[in-house]
Design a protein around this ligand. Structure first.
Ligand SMILES: Cc1ncc(C[n+]2csc(CCOP(=O)(O)OP(=O)(O)O)c2C)c(N)n1
Ligand SMILES: [Mg+2]
Length: 558
């Protein structure tokens, strides 16, 4: 036990939990904390100039590092600004301890400026939301929060920290962290049933979800895909490298439109979802994406996802890596020589079909390699050809993403992160967090111009902290995805060719000037080759760089 002020105890508790960065934006209620940080040597405070960006930086850090991230905000409006990106963090299952300062408890009854109850604001988006009302509870609260964020299924948690808790002193026992051992093996009997069902299937398809990357289960899922001769799609909203994309059984992202998904799934008699979402769609459709009668076998670390929308014949709760290991053993034991021969043929057929599709896609991309203005598919191909193997790609390219997963090699579980929740503005700051978590790897972020403008303040943080991310702004002067969708409705916008609220013109945004004003070196690029040369240069630099890629603004199907 030691007499300690709450502000010092908070920092010591975070260090016990292995935290080395606090992402934040302060106000008066955080002043005790900022004061304690004045003499703190091990914890780094990374300042962001708007809370949405701060939240997404923490998310990128948590996801890329596979570790706990911490944010600190200023009362109700600060937390409010962070909510959209907290939603994305929830959807990605990011282990983040979100904190916000609150007024002194002796004062809150008068309803001071900026005051509101904080735990109810955060509650819908976190696993646990609470307020520390007495300093003696602080150690227990921090340890419980960290343990909860990191326990499966991982996700954000929230604590409100009243000023008096941070400024008062008490004789404190700091306690110690708990980590729930993650390698929980699925039910043995269900694994046997799953193995039998997978071996019965004639045309199995694997859908690999985030849980594969989170549990670092690439070797296991690759071996199973090869054994079964099954092609592999990433899950619908694919935000991690859930399967090595250069593997010949990697089939690329499914187009997230119900009729197209239905047609793809109809080619199969069994869907093996390994932590995959079934399904996260954008728009309602008269066609259900799931064909009737398709057998589902599903392993997930989150019980909520099992059988959520469609019944699973076998549903197994468990850590993906531990459970796949057991499943692999069951498959190896059961598989007959005849089944192996059939699987080998199936594998060869699948590989050939995938290779032919990829070749066709590459040919289309190559045909536009030198076209000006830049075509999205050609850009993705060019970038895929030049990125080094250890690059980490952060993707918020929105409508320009087709081809990206096939062209860009993301072969290890920390090599690709995309927008899981759909709240745009995530990618630019998330890339900063990812680079802070993985400082030795090149981090390249592909960000739509519209998306970039939600959190562009984060560029200042990249410059201020010398976080050498290469930001590529896919500048098509529009919310192109919305124009595409409005056009597909074949209604008034399509007839009049007027797309209200979707054009980013008059003025066009000058990203080069914007970046430079925030301390980030920037260049404009008008060809794929220029973009690639600038990325190459940026990867070698010690400071962040921004490339304003001047894209074709066309959006209608050809
Ligand atoms: C926080 C938030 N606000 C609004 C939207 C709706 N929305 C989805 S995509 C999009 C436009 C994205 O524009 P950009 O990043 O330029 O990509 P592009 O569509 O041009 O490919 C908008 C506004 C959203 N998803 N999230
Ligand atoms: Mg755009």
């Amino acid at each position: 036990m030691a007499v300690m002020a709450g502000k010092r105890a908070f920092l010591e508790l975070l260090k016990q939990e292995g935290v080395d960065i606090i992402f934040g934006n302060p106000g008066t209620t955080e002043l005790p904390l900022m004061d304690a940080l004045a003499v703190e040597t091990k914890l780094r405070y990374v300042l962001g100039l708007q809370e949405a960006g701060v939240m997404a930086m923490a998310d990128g850090y948590a996801q890329a590092g596979g570790r706990l991230a911490v944010t600190n905000f200023h009362v109700a409006p600060g937390l409010g600004n962070a909510m959209g990106m907290l939603y994305d963090a929830k959807k990605a299952g990011s282990p983040i301890l979100v904190t916000a300062g609150q007024h002194d408890q002796s004062f809150t009854f008068t309803e001071p400026i900026l005051w509101d109850e904080l735990p109810p604001i955060a509650r819908p988006l976190v696993k646990w939301s609470s307020e520390v009302q007495r300093l003696v509870e602080l150690p227990r609260a921090i340890h419980r929060a960290a343990k909860t964020a990191l326990a499966m299924p991982t996700g954000p948690v929230f604590l409100s920290l009243p000023g008096d808790v941070l400024t008062s002193e008490a004789d404190l026992e700091l306690g110690a962290p708990t980590r729930v051992a993650p390698r929980i093996r699925g039910d043995a009997e269900a694994i046997e049933r799953a193995a039998a069902r997978l071996l019965d299937a004639r045309r199995p398809l694997i859908m690999a979800g985030d849980a594969v990357a989170h549990s670092r289960a690439h070797p296991e899922i690759v071996t199973i895909a090869e054994l079964l001769g099954a092609p592999v799609h990433p899950e619908g909203v694919a935000n991690t490298a859930s399967f090595p994309t250069s593997h010949p059984l990697f089939k690329g992202a499914l187009t997230r439109q119900a009729p197209i998904m239905r047609a793809a799934l109809e080619q199969h008699d069994l869907l093996f979802s390994v932590g995959g979402d079934l399904f996260t769609m954008s728009l309602p459709s008269e066609v259900d994406p799931m064909p009737p009668g398709l057998t589902v076998v599903h392993i997930d670390a989150d019980p909520w996802e099992l059988g959520k929308n469609y019944p699973a014949e076998v549903a197994i709760l468990g850590d993906v890596k531990a459970t796949l290991k057991d499943l692999l053993e069951a498959l190896e034991t059961r598989m007959t020589a005849a089944q192996r021969a059939v699987a080998r043929t199936r594998s060869e057929t699948a590989r050939a079909a995938i290779a032919a599709e990829l070749e066709k896609l590459k040919a289309r991309a190559r045909a536009d390699a030198t076209t000006v203005p830049i075509k999205p598919l050609a850009l993705m191909h060019g970038i895929g050809e030049m990125l080094p193997a250890d690059a980490v790609l952060i993707d918020e390219s929105v409508s320009s993403s087709p081809g990206l997963r096939q062209f860009v090699r993301s072969d290890d579980p920390q090599s690709f992160f995309g927008l899981r929740g759909g709240g745009i503005g995530w990618g630019l700051p998330a890339a900063i967090g990812a680079k802070l978590a993985l400082p030795d790897r090149p981090v390249v972020a592909l960000i739509g111009d519209g998306s970039a403008m939600y959190t562009c303040q984060a560029l200042w943080t990249a410059a201020h902290e010398s976080v050498a991310v290469v930001f590529v702004i896919i500048n098509n002067a529009s919310y192109r995805i919305l124009k595409q969708r409005a056009n597909a409705m074949r209604a008034l916008a399509a007839q009049t060719d007027l797309y209200v609220g979707m054009e980013l013109v008059n003025p066009r945004i000058d990203f080069v000037a914007l970046a430079r004003s925030l301390g980030v070196a920037a260049e404009r690029a008008t060809t794929v080759a220029e973009v690639c040369a600038l990325i190459k240069r940026g990867i070698g630099a010690k400071q962040p760089q921004l490339i304003d890629a001047q894209m074709d603004t066309g959006f209608k199907p050809v």
